[in-house]
Design a protein around this ligand. Structure first.
Ligand SMILES: Cc1cc2nc3c(=O)[nH]c(=O)nc-3n(C[C@H](O)[C@H](O)[C@H](O)COP(=O)(O)O)c2cc1C
Length: 312
């Protein structure tokens, strides 16, 4: 499961794991490493074994500072983690302007020095490193050099989202760059990007039969039954989806105690869920307008009532 800030947090991943095809690994949304780092309550919930029982969770770190990275990795180790993931993909302007996330890719030499230092430190801690990367910032020119750099380090996996920073989440996936990675990268390679349907998965699988690892983001949020379809040939069933939804909704109520905040979270999820439902427009409008639980619940129940046994 892809790390998605505000979406694939501990509440979402626990509900997902309870009702749908379990994931091999769940990556946390990025956690910023800072000097003198102390985890916030929110960050502790992301990485603690108590709030993630039975799930293989990999914490993700965002920084371009080696000492800060290592300090945060050591904290994760105290919570029982043996792998940390480095975010080299985030395209947001506020992050990249500071040379972090995919902004770090524009300085391959500095990145090499950073990786050298963190790999040495992680070895001492007996911790593993995986990386989630884009293929460049404003063009693809650096991709070959970046892959050569990654090849110097003992990564447990390299997750590649074949877009450059300035693509954000749009535009054609740059498949030729992933093809280059298949023949160049030494670490186990994981494909990430635009897996929305069974057909998308099959197309990538056919083009890259050697690729065995896939990371799912927006397509999985829109249709949490996607892996059940891919692995077990089962379409998402309305009852499973309803139970999944109700667990997230109740867990947010318990966590946040604030109607506005809970509804804000649920509305964000519905902006993805809506594509899985037939004739959803009228109900989605009501969900988006809801200011009280009663309105929200009525709209959700109406939407489910309109569906057949299996969703779109
Ligand atoms: C709302 C949102 C939040 C995201 N947050 C993170 C994050 O915290 N860390 C990260 O590495 N990628 C993050 N991503 C990128 C996703 O993990 C993934 O790489 C991207 O969405 C492409 O995969 P997909 O097409 O399967 O969604 C985020 C994407 C979205 C849309």
């Amino acid at each position: 499961m892809a790390p998605m800030e505000g979406i694939t947090n501990f509440i979402f991943r626990n509900a997902y794991h309870a009702y749908f095809h379990p994931m091999d690994k769940y990556f946390t949304p990025f956690i910023s490493a800072k000097p003198g780092k102390h985890l916030s309550v929110k960050e502790i919930r992301e990485v603690s074994p108590e709030t993630n029982a039975g799930l293989a969770v990999v914490p993700q770190i965002l920084t371009n500072h080696a000492e800060d990275f290592l300090e945060t990795a050591r904290i994760f180790k105290e919570y029982g983690h043996h792998e940390v993931n480095l975010n080299l993909g985030c395209p947001s302007g506020t992050v990249t302007a500071k040379g972090k996330g995919s902004g770090f890719l524009k300085d391959p030499e500095e990145l090499d020095r950073f990786l050298d230092r963190i790999c040495e430190g992680l070895e001492r801690e007996q911790m593993n490193l995986s990386i989630k990367t884009r293929i460049g910032t404003t063009d693809e020119e650096d991709w070959e050099e970046l892959m050569e750099i990654y090849n110097h380090y003992p990564l447990t996996e390299l997750i590649v989202h074949p877009r450059i920073q300035k693509d954000y989440y749009k535009g054609e996936i740059r498949l030729h760059a992933f093809e280059q990675a298949v023949s160049t990268v030494r670490a186990p390679l994981c494909y990430n990007g635009d897996l929305f349907t069974v057909q998308d998965y099959q197309n990538i699988g056919e083009q890259f039969p050697e690729t065995e690892r896939f990371m799912y983001g927006r397509g999985l949020i829109a249709n949490p039954g996607l892996l059940n379809e891919i692995r077990d040939g089962q379409k998402p069933d309305k009852k499973m989806f309803r139970n999944f939804h109700d667990k997230i909704y109740h867990d947010y109520q318990e966590l946040l105690h604030d109607e506005r905040n809970v509804l804000f979270r649920m509305k964000e999820l519905w902006s993805y869920f809506s594509v899985s439902f037939r004739n959803s427009a009228k109900y989605i409008k009501k969900i988006k307008k809801a200011t009280h639980y009663s309105e929200y619940q009525a709209a959700v129940s109406g939407l489910f009532a309109e569906q057949e046994e299996f969703l779109a």
